[in-house]
Design a protein around this ligand. Structure first.
Ligand code: AMP
Length: 416
């Protein structure tokens, strides 16, 4: 028998209700904030990601699924931002709208070592605002993420924010880090030694305790942040305070991709474990639109990992309290009742009621057991007696109450 590819997941019928619910509630929230959906393709020219994320990013170095076709190399998208900026520029959205608020959801692919909460195919739910440098927009995006988590019933998460400053500030931080770490390389983990060479800022948010200790010992300050960037960050915090969003400033929070500048943030949850505690993350990327050949446009966005939200949803205190389904299940006894049942089934469905029946000729007891397994809200029983009286027997599965209802009154009874 074939097995699924490691790091992929079947989303089974029993899980789908949660997925539909979070997609539906997020779409509603995005619309309230005036965001519109965009659906770029799943494959892109690999160069797009090399250029956007930076050649030294881990994703580019070792996590891209590549497809070679003659001279061209395509990548299965590892994230959404680069594709969306590409689509924004290619379709001249910058010319029709100086300010675009976009959201997206869909599969992403990264060739990672699979583990809990770390898949090779996973789903992002995210947004991008392109065309503004205003700190209010950073705060809007963070508060939007917070609203999505709240309305999906996710509890116990924290919001961490930081500022990386502009490109010049990032350069200064990189060089003071390089100086500070030079004599402490022996205390860093293997991955941080590679980061030291290729992407030194990532050493700051290594989860390894010995690396954290080294970073703490450097006593880094925020003196590399220029006045404009410090002001920007102050205003982001002021808006968040005014919106009563709980956040903490986390000076060691950096994001692994080259394109981030100024505000970066993460939504973290302790139940995901210490190694990968982010439910979602994002930040400002003021240089990316220009870097991909467009005009100077400030931009900010985030993405949640839906599988990680699903993991948290499965932990105690998060499950729905057994909301009943809305299925009406028809059980018939005898040939004449079966014919009547088939017509009633069609009528209920046409009337917008979710209905099903037992096609297998089970006994009354067997059919009732099945209705119970299907979490039916009502069962309609039709036998010779009911046919004679022109009624059906209606059983309310949660109260157990059972009574005869006239055919013409049935719809009203089911809808209440
Ligand atoms: P990133 O683009 O890496 O900032 O990812 C944004 C969010 O996507 C993370 O906070 C995770 O929730 C989720 N995510 C990233 N990589 C994976 C993965 N390999 N498997 C599952 N979820 C992921």
């Amino acid at each position: 028998m074939f097995k699924k590819v490691p790091g992929t997941k079947d989303i089974l019928p029993g899980e789908i209700a949660w997925w539909l619910k979070i997609e539906e509630s997020s779409r509603r929230i995005f619309s309230l904030y005036n965001y519109q959906e965009i659906r770029p393709p799943l494959i892109e020219d690999v160069g797009l990601f090399n250029r956007s994320l930076g050649e030294s990013a881990e994703i580019v170095q070792k996590q891209m699924f590549l497809i070679r076709n003659n001279q061209d190399t395509y990548a299965l998208r590892p994230e959404g931002t680069a594709s969306i900026v590409r689509a924004y520029l290619e379709n001249n959205l910058d010319k029709t709208n100086s300010f675009s608020k976009l959201y997206y959801t869909g599969a992403m692919f990264r060739l990672e070592r699979p583990q809990k909460g770390r898949l090779r195919q996973f789903h992002h739910l995210g947004c991008e605002v392109i065309g503004s440098y205003q700190p209010q927009v950073d705060a809007e995006v963070i508060s939007l993420g917070d609203r999505i988590l709240k309305e999906s019933g996710i509890k116990g998460y924290r919001i961490k924010i930081n500022t990386l400053g502009c490109s010049q500030d990032k350069k200064e931080l990189s060089s003071s880090l390089r100086k500070g770490l030079k004599d402490k390389l022996g205390q860093l983990c293997r991955e941080c030694l590679v980061r030291y060479e290729r992407n030194i800022l990532r050493v700051l948010d290594c989860k390894n305790e010995s690396c954290r200790e080294v970073v703490r010992s450097l006593n880094l300050s925020s003196s590399h942040i220029c006045k404009e960037c410090a002001d920007h960050f102050k205003q982001v915090r002021e808006v968040l305070d005014s919106l009563k969003i709980n956040y903490e400033v986390s000076p060691y929070l950096v994001r692994g991709l080259d394109y981030y500048t100024r505000t970066v943030f993460e939504f973290v949850h302790p139940d995901l474990g210490p190694q990968q505690d982010a439910l979602g993350a994002g930040g400002r990327y003021d240089n990316l639109v220009k870097n991909l050949g467009g005009p100077e446009k400030g931009a900010v966005g985030f993405a949640f990992g839906l599988e990680r939200l699903a993991l948290i949803h499965q932990t105690p205190g998060h499950q729905d309290t057994g909301t009943p389904g809305n299925l009406v299940y028809i059980v018939t006894m005898g040939e004449a009742a079966k014919k009547e049942g088939t017509k009633l089934l069609d009528y209920l469905r046409l009337s917008g009621i979710c209905a099903d029946t037992d096609y297998e000729g089970r006994t009354l007891k067997g059919a009732m057991r099945l209705a119970n397994d299907l979490k039916a809200k009502f069962v309609i029983i039709i036998g010779d007696d009911e046919l004679k009286k022109n009624v059906v027997t209606l059983k309310n599965m949660s109260s157990g109450e059972q009574r005869e209802v006239k055919s013409e009154d049935l719809l009203g009874e089911l809808k209440c």
